[in-house]
Ligand binder design. Structure first.
Ligand code: NAP
Length: 442
């Protein structure tokens, strides 16, 4: 460095909520430490919120506050725009506006990138402006950089992970305490781990947003969010969690993106993982992402996937990396996804019906002779064989649970068997199906 005063890189922040407050705090209170570490002075110049009068964890002094987010994007005093408001609208227009103005844009908005990613990525490619979205997937875990850069010389075949902290917190507590989903959810909401409307988290939608982004990045393909098969955790009962334990498994909500030759499989659903495996032991609000690639084999990153502090760390990593680029005069810019969206082909998505998996099944049936034979018969007629079984203690005149683990079966055959069993009238409640996770190690 030449000792002369370096021009500060000016940051405009849109949103001062859970994540935005932490980002603003670091940019202001830790400005000197950041400069010492990176060599670049960063200045928080402008901040947009919805309500100027709201009490907040942190309100930056010195920055100009506005309620007009487009003022931040259009300001000649802002070099990098940080969008931390979430949702599609107006976040999409803010992103496109920043690309047109050739400003760096940092976002944690997985919903935006899952639903409108192709448009956003290509706008930044065309303008040559930088787009950072490390915070959009798995909080502080550096999975975006890892796939885009560290695996760029390899071929990713599988990404699977626990990418929703709320879902994992709920399932972990259900497992540890044998509690019901509804009770743990209430507690999680009281403790701030779950939103008042938990739909995106517990129905698997948030995980599907993240899998959409990870699959596009890993397989260099255009991914439609609607192509991700999505199933949440709301139907899991304490009995399933206990049975899984007795069988040597733990239930986790997994996002899975797999490349099979020239096609991809995209899914989010509860899955049973062998208790001994690393991801089965990632509990509470923690996230884990496992990557399997052709040469490197399996590697897993584990860390805090949400919350103001961890997410702010990921946001800051993008700000600092852009600021370094700006301070050094630019240089070659990488397309946001590594390779240009324009040149990407859309790989076909393998239908769920073609999936092969082992299955956990729990039937609620009357306690009478012949029922088990009827279930086994319907499965056998569709080529599905039973690997193990648990039958709970009988209580007079009470329905019983029959828990079965199957050998590998095709999803379409499984569906056909279940339709047959349920239409025969022996099931007293809907049957629970949980797929067994692929856990192949090489
Ligand atoms: N929270 C997490 O743990 C976490 C983790 C990973 C990723 N993310 C992502 O990070 C982003 C922010 O999440 P968050 O939890 O920080 O959200 P949040 O707490 O709800 O905060 C949103 C902020 O955006 C402001 N805002 C909303 N609409 C606006 C508009 N039209 N103009 C100006 N300001 C507006 C709000 O202003 P007011 O305060 O005035 O209402 C608020 O300060 C989202 O994309 C989320 O998915 C969050």
């Amino acid at each position: 460095m030449n000792g002369g005063a370096m021009k500060p890189v000016r940051v405009g922040l849109i949103g001062l909520g859970v994540v935005g407050c932490q980002v603003a705090r670091i940019l202001t209170e830790e400005a000197e430490a950041l400069q010492a570490r990176t060599g670049i002075p960063l200045r928080l110049e402008k901040v947009a919120v919805r309500d100027l009068g709201k009490e907040r964890d942190f309100t930056p002094e010195g920055a100009i506050l506005t309620t007009e987010p487009f003022d931040v994007v259009n300001s000649a005093e802002v070099d990098i725009v940080v969008e931390l408001i979430g949702g599609e609208d107006p976040a999409f227009d803010l992103a496109i506006g920043a690309a047109r103005k050739r400003k760096g844009f940092v976002t944690a908005n997985k919903l935006l990138l899952a639903l409108r990613g192709a448009e956003v990525f290509s706008a930044f490619e065309k303008s040559g402006a930088r787009l950072g979205f490390e915070a959009a997937v798995a909080g502080a875990i550096p999975i975006i950089r890892s796939i885009r850069e560290s695996f760029s010389g390899d071929q990713v075949e599988l990404i699977q992970g626990i990418v929703n902290g709320t879902g994992n917190y709920i399932l972990s507590r259900m497992t540890d305490e044998g509690s019901r989903f509804e009770d743990v959810l209430k507690d999680a909401q009281a403790l701030g781990y779950a939103e008042a409307d938990p739909t995106l988290d517990v129905e698997g939608i948030d995980s599907a947003h993240k899998i959409t982004i990870l699959a596009a990045l890993a397989f260099e393909t255009v991914v439609d969010f609607s192509d991700v098969y999505t199933e949440g955790i709301t139907r899991i009962t304490p009995e399933d969690v206990i049975s899984a334990g007795e069988l040597g498994y733990r239930i986790k909500l997994l996002g899975i993106a797999r490349r099979i030759e020239d096609a991809i499989s995209l899914r989010v659903h509860p899955a049973m993982l062998p208790q001994r495996c690393l991801m089965a032991n990632v509990n509470g609000p923690f996230n884990a992402v496992e990557t399997r690639s052709k040469r490197a084999g399996v590697s897993t990153l584990v860390g805090r996937g949400a919350g103001g502090g961890p997410t702010a760390t990921a946001v800051l990593s993008d700000i600092v990396s852009m600021a370094r680029d700006i301070a050094s005069g630019g240089g070659a810019r990488m397309a946001p996804l590594g390779s240009p969206v324009g040149g990407m082909e859309k790989l076909p998505v393998i239908p769920m019906d073609e999936l092969e998996s082992e299955y956990y099944l729990r039937f609620t049936v009357p306690d009478r002779p012949g029922v088990l034979a009827q279930i086994a018969g319907a499965l056998g007629d569709n080529g599905i064989s039973i690997a193990s079984m648990i039958q709970r203690e009988r209580m007079e005149n009470q329905p019983v649970s029959v828990v079965l683990m199957t050998h590998n079966a095709v999803e379409a055959d499984m569906k056909r068997s279940l339709t047959h069993i349920e239409s025969s009238g022996i099931c007293l409640a809907p049957t629970m199906i949980i797929r067994i996770a692929e856990n192949d190690r090489d």
